[in-house]
Design a protein around this ligand. Sequence first.
Ligand code: G4P
Length: 531
Amino acid sequence: MSDVSPAEVIDEAARRRTFAIISHPDAGKTTLTEKFLLYGGALGAEAGTVKAREGRRSATSDWMELEQQRGISITSTVLQFPYRDHVVNLLDTPGHRDFSEDTYRVLAAADAAVMVLDAAKGIEPQTLKLFEVCRDREIPILSFINKWDRPGLQPLELLDDIEEQLGLTPTPLSWPVGADTEFRGVLDQRSGDFVRFTRTARGSTMAPEEIVDPERALTEEGSLYEDAVDEVGLLEAVGSSYDEETFLAGVTTPVFFGSALTNFGVRLLLDAVVDLTPAPTPKPAQGGEPRPLDAPFSGFVFKVQANMDKAHRDRTAFFRVCSGRFERGMVVTHEASGKPLATKYVHTAFGTDRETLDQAWPGDIVGLVNANDVRIGDTIWIDEQVAYPPIPSFAPQHFAIARTTDTSRFKQFRSGVSQLDEEGVVQVLRDRDLGDQAPILAAVGPMQFEVATHRLENEFGAPVELSMTSYSVARQTDEASRAALRMMQGVDVLDRADGSMLALFESPYWLDRLVAERPELTLEPLIAGAS
Ligand code: G4P
């Protein structure tokens, strides 16, 4: 490794902001992402959102076709762009709660989240689910109330919704002046200014902003401005002011109003991401000791994805840099196997394209191409050994036996099933007697099965038939408890590829009784998934 001073690593880490956007489908996550890129200069000054969107949609892989048919986003992408003197890493998360385990893994690599709400809908079921995942990960959340250019709920109603449904105290940092077609701008609580926006055609360029002094605002905007000022006064009186400590602890959420489509409020939100969300901090290793940012390079893998698009039929393991400088070509140690790993082919996604990457710093996300033995949760390092804690799995609630309907494709079926397991598309469980003939696919949400069967058929040419089982709950168990559990009716014990074991139960009541009556059996709960 060429020389790098500790101060340089610390400086580069301090410039990074790594965050994810979560939202219910249709709230505007894609639009906001595109606008962030626009403000980050990554789309070029004039770049149209339409172009970016069409570009993205034409980059189809087989399972992206499925996304389009269902109108959902399954794959997560990583985008990096410069903003002010910072480097922003934006992690996209799937919007559907059936993929909340994937979201959980992505959030393991994020330092903060932006939660996008639709002004007309407030908290929606999948916002709630994804928020719970954020809460589990204890990361700070900024809230963006989007589509303020359209008819929506009252701002105070929306704040109540956040408070009541999420148990998160909203602290507005921007307050809308006007709404719907009369949305003029926002009172920026951080600067005290009234920021007035001007629309541009379809929001393809940044919205021109003007700071308007109170006197002029009163003359030009009249009651719209007066009402906003009154409301802000009211909020201050009830103590809804921004507080850094409670924000970082995930107890309060700064709220921003705007419209991603017309770019109103996008800059203020991006400024807040940079100014308020935390820079990378030293990550605790197994055993609890954090590895300093300026220690030699280390990172952990939070996502594995194959066949992302037809132009790149390969397998990419995404890792987050936790310490030191990563340089392309570096030979790192893969902690799980103890083997050296060459890193010649790495990339990041800059804007919407892949770009070869030469170096990365704490907080950055790197895609390692064709590192076939690397799994989700694995640690890689140089010089000084480190192991980061594994990313826990969610408790699956749906279990289906998979068989290929074309026995001549059995080999492809087997390798496809392993691939999906490694990516965490579904969890794969095997009966010791049946092995790969009839693996059980386990999912948090049933839509994971659709993705799995679609990919097995289209990417691996192995048509599959799934038979749903009556198991509904799983616990982690061990060899010592296995024999006793297998003797019981309505219980099965199956193996995972990593050597761990899951006990499946048809009846949660039966499980509860067992836990109470047979304390000698190992029945460890997993993280609760979608419900
Ligand atoms: P998602 O990724 O969260 O699923 O949402 P996406 O950005 O795709 O936005 C969903 C729809 O909401 C899109 O309309 C988008 O244009 C619209 N939208 C997003 N932000 C705003 C906003 O601030 N104001 C208004 N009025 N609309 C907004 P669509 O008709 O589904 O797609 P398109 O035809 O515009 O591409």
